[in-house]
Write a protein that binds this ligand. Structure first.
Ligand code: AMP
Length: 513
């Protein structure tokens, strides 16, 4: 089993049909994509890489993302997608941990001559002649797809951890194949005339949605801007046919605001968008209702996490649109029902199932659940027990099997769909001169869902300067993780054991009713 077989199969069947677009321009047909992936596989192997070796993609969205990802799989290599917003220090840590020797970058994320990355790593700019040469086709027989067992790793996805250090989620070919096939039953039907647009980062869920779209022989569109410009997305849909995409609630909101501001009718939205899948962070019921009103019934919600990527529950287009249903309001506030290949359980701390309606930790079991964390057996043993993935999310199931999330048992902050673990930020703040204590929490925010707020206690007699703290964060961690606001306080609320009461800090940040 190898995800590269999906590309080989479509290329045989439909070589000349456009497969990858950059904006409205065709970047590759299925045949060209397969040939470039095979050529890339051959050269990566010639450079000494062996099946199972790791290749890092540290890039903004780019059509070559897809060519390199499938090129690596064709050679039997493991793709390590790295969030383009990470600080180079964070990336260097991941490379070292994954023991990766090869890396592909776009110049906006790693400037020419940067010395922040380990010297032992071969770094290739994907827009350089070296990348052209790697992907060049036409010189002889290309290698067959490398054999991979279903449990071999395909995608080593680093997520931030509660301990402050990222953990490498090992996703196998079977995990991703399962995710791809499930899309058709739980999310949307896809045919060869369809197109998916990558507005959200391809290093995350949006990127692996390439798999079901490749299975169906659909087109893949990378916006020329590389990101989310609502104007551009509407225009691309007009030009190429209605697009499907995955987006975090913050992005969905931006697109809906644009449609409303421009006075676009639902019919105009229909011309540009087929399906918008949202997830990755909570979306308020009022926001999704407005989205459907403005853009029509084209939304599907999914709930999952890196450890069971895009596969947990789904709230279907029909459920979202069925306003006559007596439990429509509850369903709108839920994340839907278990996706086809998994079971969902709400459990107590020992993993024992709780009765309907009771709140407990959400567990997921099935073929989409990761093989474990890379080089981290303790974290793996804590996260996956008897095949059940302990998600750290708290929720309740109703009698019809709909899951409603209530809270997170971890301290995770989700801002604009990006995860931020407070510990990572606190560790930086605690190195600042004059800071005695620091506690970081998320505050509700209408645009971002949550924003990062830091409570800092100065050492006696010190006047803390938020600008200096901000500069320190900028130097050490990704920009999106740094606090948007500092609250300088004389002490932090603590329990009898001296543990900071984050719930109390969060309560202080609730909007006053
Ligand atoms: P990640 O591992 O980055 O995909 O983040 C996963 C986390 O995002 C989950 O554990 C949830 O806390 C949250 N999440 C994912 N999907 C949803 C959703 N549809 N609604 C609310 N929270 C979500």
């Amino acid at each position: 089993m190898n995800l590269a077989h999906l590309l080989e199969r479509i290329a045989r069947q439909d070589a000349d049909r456009p497969a990858i677009h950059l904006g409205t321009q065709v970047h590759a047909t299925h045949g060209q994509w397969a040939a470039r992936a095979a050529a890339c596989a051959m050269r990566l192997r010639q450079s000494g890489l062996q099946p199972g070796d790791r290749v890092v993609l540290f890039m903004r969205n780019h059509p070559r993302y897809l060519e390199l990802m499938w090129g690596a799989w064709w050679a039997g290599l493991v793709v390590v997608p790295v969030n383009a917003k990470l600080h180079l220090r964070e990336v260097a840590w991941i490379m070292d941990h994954a023991r990766a020797q090869r890396m592909f970058v776009t110049r906006d994320v790693v400037p020419e001559g940067s010395t922040d990355l380990p010297a032992s790593v071969v770094v290739t700019d994907v827009d350089s002649p070296a990348a052209d040469a790697l992907l060049a086709t036409g010189d002889g027989a290309l290698p067959p797809v490398a054999y991979r067992a279903p449990d071999d790793i395909a995608w080593l996805f680093y997520t931030s951890g509660t301990t402050g250090r990222p953990k490498g989620v090992m996703l196998t070919h079977r995990n991703l194949m399962t995710m791809g096939l499930t899309y058709f039953n739980d999310v949307d039907a896809v045919d060869a005339g369809d197109a998916i647009v990558y507005a959200a980062p391809m290093s995350h869920g949006a990127g692996i949605y390439a798999i079901p779209h490749l299975m169906a022989g659909a087109r893949h569109v990378v916006p020329a801007s590389g990101g989310v410009e609502p104007d551009e997305l509407f225009a691309l849909g007009q030009a190429l046919g209605p697009l499907s995409m995955f987006a975090a609630p913050t992005i969905v909101k931006r697109i809906v605001d644009h449609a409303e501001f421009m006075g676009l009718s639902p019919a105009q939205s229909t011309a540009s968008f087929k399906t918008i899948v949202y997830g990755g962070a909570p979306m308020y019921a009022a926001d999704i209702q407005r989205a459907i009103q403005v853009m029509g019934p084209r939304f599907v919600q999914i709930y999952g996490q890196g450890e069971s990527p895009m596969v947990g529950t789904a709230l279907s287009r029909q459920d979202l649109a069925d306003t006559a249903h007596p439990r429509h309001a509850q369903r709108l506030a839920s994340v839907g029902v278990a996706q086809t290949p998994v079971q969902i359980r709400v459990s107590d701390e020992q993993g024992r199932p709780l009765p309907t309606g009771e709140v407990g930790e959400v567990l997921i079991r099935g073929d989409s659940v990761m093989a474990g964390y890379w080089d981290n057996p303790d974290a793996t043993a804590a996260a996956v027990r008897d095949g059940w993935l302990f998600t750290g999310d708290m929720g309740a199931l109703d009698a019809d099997g709909y899951l409603t999330l209530k809270d997170r048992s971890k301290d995770l902050i989700i801002s604009g769909g990006s995860n931020i673990y407070p510990r990572e930020v606190e560790e930086v703040l605690l190195t600042a001169p004059g800071v005695a204590e620091a506690a970081v929490v998320g505050a509700p925010d209408p645009e971002w869902g949550e924003v990062v707020v830091a409570f800092v206690v100065p050492q006696p007699g010190v006047a803390l300067d938020p600008l200096a703290l901000d500069a320190l964060c900028l130097a050490q961690i990704a920009r999106f993780k740094r606090p948007k606001r500092y609250e300088v306080v004389t002490s932090l609320p603590k329990n009898n054991y001296g543990k900071v009461l984050k719930t109390e800090l969060r309560r202080r940040l609730q909007p006053v009713a």
